[in-house]
Design a protein around this ligand. Sequence first.
Ligand code: CP
Length: 341
Amino acid sequence: MSTKIEAQELKEKDPMYSLGRKHVLDLDDFSSEELETIFSSADAMAEVMSRDIKKVPSLRGKIIMTLFYEPSTRTRVSFEQAGKVLSADVINLAASASSSTKGESLINTTRTLEAMGADVVVVRHPHSGAPYLMARYCDRLRVINAGDGRHAHPTQGLVDLYTVRQHLGDVSGKKVVIVGDITHSRVARSNLWGLLAMGARVTLSGPATMIPMDLLENSGTYSKNNNKGIGDIEIDTNLDRAIDSADIVMALRLQLERQELSLFPTIREYCKYWQVNETRLAKAKQNVLVMHPGPINEGIEITSAVAHGIHSRIKDQVKNGVAIRMALLQELLLPKTGDDV
Ligand code: CP
């Protein structure tokens, strides 16, 4: 399916609601103002999560369904937790136990969930574009993309941007190095949109076989217009050079399950040239933030010492996952005049 054409059609605005949109499919059309709305809301949600009694009535009476066709720990659990803290009813539907195993189409599954009264469905699917297809067949139901194939993972992008904002404040002008399997990473794509919207300078690094061909062929510096001005993307397959003076280093998981064939000779070679380790990290800024969306192949794309070291913000990413998803659910489902938390 043509994801880009459908993305245009699905950028349906919904001015009655705080977020002003019906679905959250990717970050490609989010403005810095919209991102800031979610982050401010997440600040309030983080305060709720710091209380002894983690419960507020904001989404009482709302029904959230999670529909995961791929395994997940962080995303699925944090959406469930977010919904429950906001007093929504959360129903988890494992695809392996659903009627999709009997041949029911994704379109009919969507119609079924809507008919049963779901307000929002959070979907993860191995096929890029699946949440877009679902959104086309929704009337009242809203769709949140929890990761589709190698295409997008907008809520992980929000988590990562929020974590950067928490530690560095304004990300504008900061050097962000994303290293690893860029081609197969939905996280890298969604992060890229968000980082550019916030005015960051992004360097993509990794084996040439893991950098999208169109970027590699025009290797060098790109400028992308966005609503805040210009965001830059640089491609540098040499991580030792790319990491120089970095403010943020994001390591990506090797997506071995999404590679059609081996894209580098051995794991040992990958570690030698692209692993985020202490020696390489010493070339970045002194207060560099190390991030990883998880799950981690510890000892491959990142060493244990760095993953659990003083620069690591990986635990914060996981913790912030709940506050961000609470914020997103609330901004999406509550009318503008809704109760404050
Ligand atoms: N980062 C992420 O999506 O993790 P899970 O696969 O555990 O949800």
